[in-house]
Design a protein. Sequence first.
Length: 390
Amino acid sequence: MGLKQKSFFILIAIIIGIGIGILIWRFLSPAIGRGIFYYKVEGDKANLFLLKNSSSKQITSVSAREVDPGDFRPPRRSYISHSRKNLIYFKQVEEIPLENQESSEFTAFRIIYEPTLVNLKNKEEKKINQSIDSASLVFSPDDSQIAWIKQIEESTYQDIETSGKKRELWLSKIDGEEAKLLASFDENLILLKVWDGDHIYFQGLWDITNRSMGRINIKTKEIENMVPRYCEKFLENCKNIEFSPSGNRFLYEIQTKKDDKDITELYLGDFNKKEFLEVLTTDEISDRLWVDDEERFFYTEQETVRKEGGGGETEVRETIHLVDIKNQTDDSIYSGSYISQLTIDVGGRYLYFLEKEKEGENFKLNRLDLKTKEVKTILTDNYNKILLVQ
C-alpha cells in the first residue's frame, strides 16, 4: 500500500471516528444541546422535561414540594450544570416549628431542604452531605466544582445579626466532597449569581432595604465591592440587579418621579471598565433576561389598559422588548397578559415564557420564534404546576 493510500485510509478513519463520537454524544447524553428544561408536577412528583423547539422529552422525575396537604409544587430551587449533564435540586424533607412566636393562632415553620445531585444521563440521585443555602449555589465554568453559601439556622435578619454569625462561602466538588471555606461575609444574606473564570459574582443583603454587590477572586480571595453610578452607598435606591452570563456586565434600575409619575431608569454597568450607561427610561419593568452574546437583553413592560368591549374595566398588558445595546435599538416583539419566566434556548432561536390565558386561571407555556416572530403554545396548566428551569 502506497503512502497516499495510507493517508487516505487514515483520513477516512478519523472522519468515521468523529462521526461515531458525535452520535454517542447525541444519544448517550440526551440532556445536552439546544432547548430548555421545565418541571411539570403530576401527583407528588415533579417531572423534568427537555423542550426542544416544540417537542418535549421527559428526562427524569424528582420529589415535588408539598406546600399544603396534597398540594405539590416544583422544587423550590434547581440548578443545572453548564454541560447540562447534572442537576442539583433541593428536596423538602422536614418542617420545624419556629420558637418564640408572637401569635398563638398561627404557627410558622422552618422548611428543611436536602441538596440532591441528579445525573441527567442515568437518572441516579445522590444526597449532598453539606448544609447548603438553597438560594446560593453556582457551578464552576468546567462543572467540576460548585460554590455555595453555608446554611444557618437563623430565619430572620434580626436573628442573624443577634447571633453574630458570618455568611460563609464554600467550594467543593459537585457532590459536596472536598469542601473548603473560601471567604466569610458580614452581610446577613449572600446570593451567588455567576462563576466565570476566577471570579464569583454575588449580591448581598443586610436587610430588605440595604444591599451590596460585588465579586470575589477565588485565587486571591480578594472581594471587590461595587457601588454603581447614581446608587447610594447601600444601594437603597438601586433595584433588580441582573448579572450577564459572564457576570461582568449587569443591569440595574433606579426609581424616579417625573410629573408625579413613577419612572424606572435602566442602567448598564461594567465591572472591568467601571462604566455606567443609561439604557432606557420606561414606566414599569418586570422581568429581564440577558442573551448569551451580552449585547442584547429582553425585558417586559407593564401597562394598565381598558378591556375591549367597553364597560370601563381594565387589565394588565405586558409587552416583551428586545434591546440591542450596541445598535441602541428597543424593539417590541410580543404583547400579552401577565408574562413571566422568560427563558431563551441554548441556540438562541427561541424565547420561552409563561402567559396567563384570557379566560380562566391557567397559564400557557409559549415558544416565540425570534426569527419569524411566530408564537406557539406548548402546553397549558396551572401556574403553580409548571416551572421553567434556567
